[in-house]
Design a protein around this ligand. Structure first.
Ligand code: TYD
Length: 203
């Protein structure tokens, strides 16, 4: 039986997730809770190696999807499940909703294949809550241009990110109880306020 809570954070590149995860992490720690902060792809030494390949090397979408799930399998087994069993809160910057949004929504990969991999790798594990930072690709692109050089995913077209955004919103609609959608175009401090107000109901 898992005692901890698994929270994931999603949104297109440039949505401003990091600042908000920082704020939630601080808020939970202040309440004396153990927090494990992690990310996908990555989260383990092998996962970080896979991440480097995924962000830099050109590959077909099937190989890409399998690598995301390879990284995820390692992440679940070595980090997420042990932490949840200890009673920790696991905050993961991205998880399987990203595969549905980027590989299925963005690149037309077959959702039935993703479902098979999801069952294989996760069994019954699903996030307790997922925070979706929703923002237009135009505003997100402006933020990214100021912040850093684009990786392989960030260099995709505006149209690609429009499809990714729609796929996220579609998933949020289908699992309305799991998702908390925030308008990520707002001022960061007002997003934090909304997030922490919502988080009170998670404790
Ligand atoms: P992320 O860590 O959010 O990127 P950054 O640190 O540069 O903000 O994620 C890396 C990229 O991988 C991001 O563009 C989204 C993409 N991604 C997928 O396409 N599918 C997935 O399943 C996951 C987890 C991420």
């Amino acid at each position: 039986m898992q005692k901890g809570k698994f929270i994931t954070f999603e949104g297109i590149d440039g949505a401003g997730k990091t600042t908000q995860i920082d704020a939630l992490e601080f808020w939970l720690r202040e309440r004396g809770l153990e927090v494990v902060r992690t990310r996908e792809p990555g989260g383990t030494p092998l996962g970080e190696k896979i991440r480097a390949m995924l962000l830099a090397d050109d590959m077909c979408v099937a190989a890409e999807t399998l690598l995301f799930f390879a990284s995820r399998a390692e992440h679940i087994e070595r980090v997420i499940v042990p932490a949840l069993e200890r009673g920790a809160w696991v905050l993961s910057d991205r998880f399987t909703d990203a595969t549905y949004a980027y590989q299925v929504g963005g690149k037309n990969f077959d959702p039935a294949k993703v479902e098979m991999l999801e069952t294989l790798v996760q069994g019954a594990l699903q996030p307790f809550k997922t925070v979706l930072f929703d923002i237009s690709p135009e505003i997100a692109a402006q933020r990214l241009a100021r912040a850093r050089a684009a990786d392989r995913f960030e260099a995709e077209s505006r149209e690609f990110f429009r499809r990714v955004r729609e796929a996220y919103l579609d998933r949020a609609q289908r699992s309305a109880e799991r998702f908390f959608i925030v308008d990520a175009s707002r001022e960061p401090h007002s997003i934090t306020e909304a997030l922490l107000t919502e988080a009170q109901s998670w404790i």
